[in-house]
Each structure stands twice: as C-alpha cells, then as structure tokens.
Design a protein around this ligand. Structure first.
Ligand SMILES: Nc1nc2c(ncn2[C@@H]2O[C@H](COP(=O)(O)OP(=O)(O)O)[C@@H](O)[C@H]2O)c(=O)[nH]1
Ligand SMILES: [Mg+2]
Length: 203
C-alpha cells in the first residue's frame, strides 16, 4: 500500500453509535508520549498533520485523518497512562476509548504502539486484553527504534512479545525520526483492511 495523501478531517471529544464516515478505520492506540502523532505523520509522509508534543497527555480527542481520499481513515486515539490526570479525567478517557472500540462500525483493526525501550505497562496489557476480548484485530509496533542499537532492539522485541504473550513476528519496530519501518506497517494495515470476519455460523 502507498499513502499518497492524508488530510485531517475532524476531532471528537466523545463517541456515540453512528459516529463515523462510512469509511474503514484503522485506529492508533498507545500510552501518551509513545509517539502516536509522530507515527501518523511518518506513515502519511506529512509532518505537522498530527500535532506532536514533548509534553505528555495533550491529545484527549479522537482525531480522524482521511487517507488517499477516503480509502480509509487513520484514527488517533487519546493516549492512556498519563500520570497527572485525575480520576474524573481517567473515567472520561475509559468511556471514550471504550465507546469507540465497541461502537465504531467500520473499525478494521488497531495498531498498538509501545516504546521499544520499555517493557509494556499494565495499561498496555489491558489494551491488548480488551482487543482480544472484543475480537478486534491488532498488531503491535515498537516506536523510537533509533534510541537503541540493532542488537538491543532485537532483544527488546523479545521482551515486549513475551510480556504481551505474542510472537516476536507480531511486533514491528519503527523510527519516525529516521523514517524506518514504514513498509512492513503499511503491509499489515493493508491486511487488516482486507480482512473480512467469518460471521457465517450455519456451518
Ligand atoms: N527519537 C525519537 N523520538 C520520537 C519518535 N517518535 C516520536 N518521538 C518523540 O516523542 C515525543 C512524543 O511524540 P508524539 O508523537 O507527540 O507522541 P503521542 O503523545 O503518542 O502522540 C516527541 O517529543 C517526539 O519528538 C522517534 O521515532 N524517535
Ligand atoms: Mg499525540
């Protein structure tokens, strides 16, 4: 797959049934500051499309980006695990993400981002468990691979895979900074978009 163009569509502060654009969606999830916005800009080859920030906890909105004139939408979910938010804020976040993941009609899959340097947190594991529970296809991308050597990256991939009970082959690595790892990600996204769930229960 080639991303020829990408355009910001809208931001939503809440999600209800029926929200969406009649277009397939790929959502990007991960801890706040893991590099979600940078990842979207990197995939779309469009710096400044999604706003990046060195101050964590900024994106509390669901942001929609239309790819290749509505071939599909990239959906930037609010980052989780930002320590400084209060209980009220956390509940709002849970509700928003939960509503999106369970009610979005054209969600085809989720890309879960984790920082290549760190072992996944309880919240990362919770996100994966949630996706398993609802049968939402996903894959994991370890970000900021430029921060480690090739050998360290390979080691961390094993650590991350083991921690999430996944195979090493289920973990891709990218560096938005060095623009590495895009092709493999786009191939997986293409597969998610092609996947048709088997809902024939008469067999
Ligand atoms: N070294 C490095 N830094 C990155 C990379 N991707 C993102 N960052 C930095 O990580 C911080 C958070 O990035 P951002 O995309 O805003 O994260 P978000 O909160 O998940 O959307 C920013 O300071 C980025 O410059 C990467 O591939 N390599
Ligand atoms: Mg962001």
């Amino acid at each position: 797959m080639i991303i020829k163009n990408a355009k910001f569509v809208t931001s939503k502060a809440s999600f209800t049934k029926g929200d969406g654009f009649g277009v397939d969606e790929i959502a990007i999830a991960g801890k706040s500051n893991v590099g979600k916005s940078s990842f979207i800009n990197f995939l779309a080859n469009h710096n400044g499309l999604a706003k990046t920030s060195s101050t964590p906890g900024k994106t509390k909105l669901i942001n929609y980006f239309s790819v290749n004139n509505n071939e599909f939408m990239l959906v930037d979910l609010p980052g989780y695990g930002f320590a400084k938010v209060g209980e009220e804020e956390k509940r709002k976040w849970d509700k928003m993400i939960g509503s999106y993941l369970t009610l979005s009609e054209r969600l085809k899959g989720v890309v879960v981002l984790v920082d290549v340097r760190h072992e996944p947190t309880a919240l990362d594991k919770q996100m994966i468990a949630y996706l398993h529970h609802y049968g939402i296809p996903f894959f994991v991308v370890a970000t900021k691979s430029d921060k480690l050597s090739k050998a360290q990256t390979a080691r961390q991939k094993s650590v991350i895979a083991a921690s999430l009970c996944l195979g090493v082959g289920d973990i891709l690595t990218v560096s938005a900074l060095k623009k590495e790892g895009k092709e493999a990600v786009l191939e997986k996204i293409e597969n998610l978009l092609k996947f048709i769930p088997d809902i024939d229960e008469t067999e």
